[in-house]
Write a protein that binds this ligand. Structure first.
Ligand SMILES: [Zn+2]
Length: 766
């Protein structure tokens, strides 16, 4: 599903860590310097295999794969979804992977009845809810196979009520509505896409008493304001709409009927009425063509400036006089999922697994989402197959996956990661995800234990447009985007680029946040904008006219993913690094303290202004605002346990770095397999330790204590969620409890890292 435009915020700190081993091996040239976690000898061999690997991916093949996989609509349960899975499995087998298809059975509603009508307050109007076929675009006319425009996992409903415009429909918009004196109770809300994952909008609307929710694509973010519309340009045409899931995935993703267990044939299932992730109110997505008459029929206050979109109307908030009839009814069927799983057995450490995946299902034809990522995974598998034929033997087991059912709810990956929970917890070193690809900059998000590793990989990939390394291009891009001289200085000085944390929105979620496996999400983006996300126009015609038209970034993604897999699979010592983790956690702690302080300051200041009569004095009686209420000033929180824990983490990271330097002193780690296996086991455990079996307060499926999707953001990460979200939601007791839990987790992590350092040191021949 992946956000249509990823704006990853990379920040760089002055903290400059001399990468372990580099100074000590100074006499060697950069060419000879062993890779992180490799002995001199194994590094030389690895370098040659990697060069061979990167020469293999072919733009022509990538193009042919895309044409085949996006030729027909291939959503969950469709004939072409199964056909694609079988085709991918056949390719994996042909390439030499030991391949099978794993099937699950999941709840997947498809629409039976849909209606949006303006019944009062304006000219009678019925929404088209239909994207027209275009003569230029040869797959846009496959209507018999296209899923209609809808939001999956909307509850059935038939409601008629006055309409209220709620901007993006996120919590702060409702604070603004309160100031305007407008309630959505008993109303249907209309929200625009963006600024949260879509499922947040009906969730927050229902919490405020709304009875229905429309989500539309405003041309301000997604249409003619951005650029020429399809088919003349890349952007969303008036009748284009965004399908998508609205299940409450920040509560738990995957099959709504089988939380925490694989949705196998005989799995114990919840009754539909007990499935907590289905929306509380009916929801439909509409185009801006369909939204305009509804918005134009609203009166009431003029929308605040930040709420105004790109349509040629004056945006009003309502409520009414527009009265809307909204009807949603679905077939609540179970549908099969086909996950394709292909393995290459490891030679030295077969019990350590490197897992790589991308989804293959789409909302419609899905050339960009997900096929532009899937084809890179296919080319990686082909490249690894070629290496196998020329004698390459990975030390670790490699598992390539093509997930089904990502779009409706991360279904295929979640069910697989739940079904194989124990095995994955015992064996998985890392999971590397991708989901769509375009032109531009390499974006990497993920576990900070792998931050150093991802930088090393990015230094070996050539950018197709500039011929710089993708690392260098990203660094220069960050300098261009930096907001201050200090930031620029940091970017120039710091050895590694920082990676942002993972929230949710793709198949890494279950691996990272449920199974606690170190995870990365990779892809190129930043130069291709467009407006076909989750529409019938996301197809081969669009992609080959407006995106990576010569598939050179597809090749770069295959080179990046392939290099990362190869390097992890071949390392003597796993390339986990804890200085980056400790540094990142220190920053999170600083942010939490600042957030807590800001909450106090803001509430204090507002109370003061209420007292001074500021709100009364500035109220315009012709455009009245409701004065906010006096609020209790938040208490001081005791961050000491977290401060001690982050200090312990920094100390243990330094111990590990010292042990690594010693091990590296004679030119790369050269230890016995037995010692390496012992230390590697502890390194693998380092991500598990960041999770608790009880999980987050009120959402136990999410077990990781550093990273989660925000309960009210959906895509965007909330780091140290048990503390951060409690502060944001003004739950002070929970915040204190969260500090205790996270501090214990970090102390345990520090103890594990110290133990790994001691083991590594003992194994090193001095
Ligand atoms: Zn996707």
């Amino acid at each position: 599903m992946r956000r249509s435009v990823i704006i990853a915020s990379l920040f760089f700190a002055g903290f400059s860590l001399a990468p372990a081993g580099r100074q000590i091996v100074a006499p060697l040239s950069a060419e000879e310097e062993p890779f992180f976690g490799y002995s001199l000898e194994s590094s030389r061999a690895e370098r040659q295999w990697e060069e061979k690997l990167r020469a293999i991916p072919s733009p022509d093949k990538l193009r042919a794969y895309m044409e085949r996989l996006s030729a027909r609509p291939h959503h969950v349960g469709s004939p072409y979804d199964k056909d694609n899975a079988e085709w991918i499995a056949a390719r994996f087998k042909e390439f030499g992977l030991d391949t099978h298809i794993e099937q699950f059975d999941v709840l997947f509603p498809t629409p039976k009845e849909r209606a949006v009508e303006l019944v009062e307050g304006g000219p009678k109007f019925a929404a088209k809810l239909q994207e027209p076929a275009l003569p230029q675009d040869p797959t846009s006319n496959q209507q018999a196979e296209q899923l209609p425009i809808y939001n999956a996992y909307s509850v059935d409903g038939d409601v008629t009520a006055p309409l209220v415009y709620v901007n993006y429909g996120i919590p702060e918009d409702y604070e603004q509505l309160e100031r305007l004196g407008i309630s959505v109770k008993g109303k249907i809300v209309i929200a625009r896409y963006f600024h949260s994952w879509r499922g947040i909008k009906p969730k927050v609307a229902a919490e405020h008493g709304a009875v229905g929710c429309l989500i539309y694509s405003d041309p301000h973010e997604d249409g003619f304001v951005e650029g020429d519309t399809f088919p003349g340009g890349a952007f969303r045409p008036p009748d284009g709409a965004q399908r998508g899931s609205v299940a409450d995935m920040p509560y738990y993703p995957g099959d709504p009927l089988t939380p925490g267990v694989g949705a196998t044939k005989d799995a114990k299932r919840l009754d539909l009425k007990d499935a907590a992730t289905i929306t509380k109110i009916p929801v439909l997505p509409i185009s801006y063509g369909d939204a305009q008459p509804l918005l134009a029929a609203l009166t009431g206050p003029v929308a605040p400036e930040a709420w105004r979109g790109g349509l040629a109307i004056t945006y009003h908030v309502g409520p009414g006089p527009a009265k809307v009839h909204l009807k949603v009814k679905s077939n609540w069927d179970r549908k099969p999922l086909y996950d394709v799983i292909g393995k290459i057995q490891g030679s030295t450490f077969p019990e350590e697994w490197i897992v790589r995946g991308n989804h293959h299902d789409a909302w419609v034809n899905g050339a960009e989402d997900p096929i532009s990522g899937m084809i890179a995974v296919l080319e990686e598998a082909r490249a690894l197959g070629e290496l196998l034929k020329s004698g390459w033997k990975p030390k670790r087991t490699i598992i390539y996956c093509a997930w089904d059912g990502e779009e409706p709810g991360l279904l295929g990956s979640t069910e697989w990661a739940e079904e194989h929970y124990d095995e994955l917890r015992a064996h998985a070193v890392a999971y590397i995800n991708s989901d769509s690809n375009g032109r531009g900059y390499l974006e990497v998000e993920g576990s900070h234990t792998l931050e150093r590793f991802t930088n090393d990989v990015a230094r070996h990939i050539a950018d197709p447009e500039t011929k710089l390394t993708v690392w260098k291009r990203s660094q220069l891009h960050e300098i261009a985007e930096a907001k201050s001289a200090e930031q620029r200085e940091e970017i120039r000085k710091r050895a590694d680029l920082r990676i942002p944390a993972l929230g949710s929105g793709s198949d890494y979620t279950a691996f990272l946040q449920h199974d606690a496996i170190a995870s990365l999400n990779i892809g190129f983006s930043g130069e291709d904008l467009g407006g076909i996300y989750h529409s019938i126009y996301d197809d081969f015609y669009w992609f080959t006219h407006f995106s990576d038209t010569d598939f050179v970034y597809g090749r770069a993604l295959a080179q990046t993913g392939g290099t990362a897999v190869l390097r992890l699979a071949g390392a003597d010592l796993l390339p986990f690094e804890f200085g980056d983790l400790a540094d990142t956690v220190q920053r999170y702690l600083k942010e939490l303290k600042a957030l807590s302080q800001k909450m106090q300051d803001d509430i204090q200041e507002r109370n003061r202004q209420i007292d001074e009569g500021v709100f009364k004095a500035t109220n315009d009686p012709k455009r009245p605002l409701v004065s906010p209420a006096v609020e209790a000033v938040p208490p001081h929180l005791n961050f000491a346990p977290l401060e001690n824990a982050t200090d312990a983490l920094a100390r243990s990271a330094a111990e590990y770095r010292k042990a690594l330097d010693q091990a590296n002193a004679n030119g790369g780690v050269a230890l016995s397999s037995a010692s390496l296996a012992e230390v590697n086991k502890m390194l693998i455990e380092s991500e598990r330790k960041l999770a608790t079996s009880d999980g987050l307060p009120n959402r136990p499926w999410f077990k990781h204590q550093l990273y989660a999707p925000g309960f009210y953001t959906g895509y965007a990460a909330k780091t140290v969620p048990a503390v951060r979200e409690a502060i944001e939601q003004k739950q002070w007791k929970q915040a204190e409890d969260g500090i205790g839990v996270v501090a214990r987790v970090l102390q345990d992590e520090a103890a594990l890292i110290s133990a790994a350092a001691a083991k590594l040191s003992a194994a090193t021949v001095h």
